[in-house]
Write a protein that binds this ligand. Structure first.
Ligand code: NAD
Length: 292
């Protein structure tokens, strides 16, 4: 079996895969390989799959599968897997880190000190304790965020059509109901038709004044122009995002020039531990694949 490692994985991965056959990172060998391992960078489009004449299996190290044309893969009999559960803790910790950093002004406090300024009076903090967190999606990642929020004494409400109840969140029946009383809103849904541009002007108007929105899901769930406007007029106090319309974002993205943002370059899944876990899940998938 020939395996192409097409994107960046933990350096231990090639060693773990040797027992399955030949492992390469040479993308020019695409027409010969049986398996392709991708993360976010490689786009498995129709043309990509057509040029991979022997391709039988695509494994995405990560959760979302929006960079794979799954309909066409199915047509061609190419199996597609992701490593769904592996990344939950890594992403939840980033979402939570953002949620702590915002009301404690961590970035501003650090930058002012590094600039030699003492702006203690301007840095009045607020606490997460007693505040309401609204979760859009309470699957693997949303659940880990909910657990952490409960430990911080927050009230957690969630909207997710798959759930009627949840151990760490009160489930509500619409996205409008979820956003109306939330002080913090954290997004944990896939990018699909029903979630694309879901966070738009109309929904933002239904949010509490001064809400903080955290996006570690996908950039296109939020209409960037509408969010930038809400940041300018103060409706949204802060937009913390790890995800963009494209990686990296176009320099014209209105979020880059908007006030009151906390920005990260899509590092949610990039913990050392997660990259190791992803490698182990890939080995399990390959083990099962060769047995079939
Ligand atoms: P998951 O499948 O376990 O959970 C997603 C949940 O969203 C499901 O329970 C589903 O029912 C719910 N959902 C779907 N459509 C919805 C809608 N319209 N309204 C409300 N809920 C809806 O996935 P997960 O592991 O929790 O990951 C969530 C997303 O996080 C991924 O799809 C991916 O886009 C993103 N992600 C980002 C990073 C990063 O690096 N920032 C890393 C991994 C995953």
């Amino acid at each position: 079996m020939k395996i192409l490692i097409s994107d960046a994985f933990d350096p231990s991965l090639p060693g773990k895969l040797e027992r399955f056959g030949e492992v390469t990172t040479d993308k020019s060998l695409l027409p010969e390989v049986d398996v392709v391992l991708i993360r976010s960078k490689t786009k498995c489009t129709k043309d990509y799959m057509d040029s991979a004449k022997n391709l039988k299996l695509i494994i995405r190290g990560g959760v979302g599968l929006d960079n794979v044309d799954r309909v066409y893969a199915k047509e061609k009999g190419i199996a597609v897997y992701n490593t769904a559960s592996a990344s939950a803790i890594a992403v939840a910790e980033l979402a939570f880190a953002m949620m702590i950093a915002v009301p404690s002004h961590i970035v501003k406090a650090h930058n002012s000190m590094a600039d030699g300024k003492w702006i203690k009076k301007q840095l009045k903090r607020t606490e997460l304790f007693g505040k309401t967190l609204g979760l859009l999606g309470v699957g693997h990642i949303g659940s880990e965020v909910a657990k952490r929020a409960v430990a911080f004494g927050m009230k957690v409400v969630a909207y997710d059509p798959l759930f009627k109840e949840h151990a760490h969140a009160v489930i509500v029946h619409s996205v409008e109901e979820m956003v109306k009383d939330a002080d913090y809103i954290s997004l944990h849904v896939p990018l699909v038709e029903s979630t694309k541009e879901l966070i738009n002007k109309e929904l933002i108007e239904k949010m509490k004044d001064g809400v903080v929105v955290i996006n570690t899901a996908r950039g296109k769930i939020v209409v960037e122009e509408d969010m930038a406007e809400a940041l300018k007029n103060g409706k949204v106090k802060t937009y913390a995002t790890d995800v963009w319309y494209s990686d990296p974002p176009d320099s014209s993205s209105p979020i880059l020039s908007a006030p009151n943002t906390l920005l990260a370059p899509h590092i949610g899944a990039s913990s050392k531990e997660n990259l190791l876990r992803i490698g182990d899940v890939i080995v399990d998938i390959l083990d099962n694949f060769v047995k079939e």
